[in-house]
Ligand binder design. Structure first.
Ligand SMILES: CCCCCCCC(=O)SCCNC(=O)CCNC(=O)[C@H](O)C(C)(C)COP(=O)(O)OP(=O)(O)OC[C@H]1O[C@@H](n2cnc3c(N)ncnc32)[C@H](O)[C@@H]1OP(=O)(O)O
Length: 170
């Protein structure tokens, strides 16, 4: 991976919220209409992630023809959306609401339509209100030791959801 994103070396450890659903359980959608994970989003991605060990969240997704960008390959904006969402879902381990401030994506390989992606989001650590997270996308058919097809990083900022969405919540 060739990203220039810098993860600070003085991150504070992130702690799992004891009230979060157990490891192995589904990550609940944070908004039923969310384009990434919402079951009610008409044309959404409908990501269904599961909580994993070490502050991870994992999901699989088939790259459908409607996700095409270049001929026969996934649109880069879809990868960005998947990455934003998977890191956001991993952050649910922490029991906070954190919105994306920075999203960095390293598109390492073309991803053909029809690929089953295995997506793994992970919380790296915290710095005050900032949550640093990372994400990788693998070809699920390529086995556990395969290199990622794409990888990303994010900085999420913890907000008070009532105040943050006060003006926009329907
Ligand atoms: C609800 C869960 C959803 C999960 C999945 C989906 C995630 C999403 O897609 S969220 C939607 C996209 N994101 C947004 O709409 C956010 C829009 N931006 C904002 O609302 C604001 O800029 C916000 C909240 C990120 C930061 O504003 P504010 O609350 O005033 O924070 P502020 O005090 O400026 O900064 C807090 C810290 O974050 C840092 N920070 C803020 N923005 C950035 C940035 N762009 N780059 C780097 N650092 C940043 C600040 O430097 C500060 O760090 P430090 O502690 O080191 O001083």
């Amino acid at each position: 991976m060739k990203t220039t994103f810098v993860v600070p070396d003085d991150l504070e450890p992130a702690r799992r919220d004891p009230a979060a659903p157990a490891i192995g359980e589904a990550v609940p959608p944070h908004n039923p209409r969310c384009h990434g994970c919402g079951p009610d989003a008409e044309n959404g991605l409908h990501l269904r992630a599961v909580f994993g060990e070490n502050l991870t969240a994992t999901a699989t997704l088939v790259v459908e023809p409607r996700f095409e960008g270049g001929p026969g390959v996934i649109h880069g904006g879809i990868v960005s959306t998947l990455f934003d969402e998977m890191m956001g879902l991993a952050n649910v381990h922490l029991g906070v609401v954190a919105v994306t401030a920075v999203l960095d994506v390293d598109y390492a390989r073309p991803i053909p339509v029809g690929t089953t992606l295995r997506l793994v989001g992970r919380v790296l650590g915290r710095q005050r209100r900032k949550v640093y997270s990372a994400v990788e996308a693998f070809d699920d058919a390529a086995g556990p030791d395969a290199e990622p097809l794409a990888a990303g990083h994010g900085i999420f900022v913890v907000v008070d959801p009532r105040a943050h969405f006060a003006a926009t919540r329907p």
